[in-house]
Write a protein that binds this ligand. Structure first.
Ligand SMILES: [Zn+2]
Length: 90
């Protein structure tokens, strides 16, 4: 998993307690693709899903923000994995 089983927003290690959020919801035509996927812990998934424009609470993330957070974590995670595999090879 590209996230290393970490949440893409709070970066906590989730082990198996991780959910895959559709950045663009299925009901809005969002695909089940890698680009539309955002690995999240249960708490952050609730935060992302609970925003209600009629009663503003929770966090209103834009698609761009969500992808920026995720990509930043994927890059960091790939770097850590690279170091891990390098160390393992020595
Ligand atoms: Zn989280």
């Amino acid at each position: 998993m590209a996230s290393g089983r970490h949440c893409s927003l709070c970066y906590n290690f989730c082990e198996t307690k991780i959910e895959l959020h559709h950045i663009k919801q299925k009901k809005d035509g969002g695909e089940g693709s890698f680009d539309n996927c955002l690995p999240l812990c249960f708490g952050c998934h609730a935060d992302v899903m609970q925003y209600n424009p009629d009663h503003p609470k929770g966090k209103k993330y834009t698609v761009t923000e969500l992808k920026r957070y995720r990509n930043k974590w994927y890059k960091k995670s790939a770097k850590v994995k690279g170091i891990y595999y390098l160390m393992k090879a020595i």
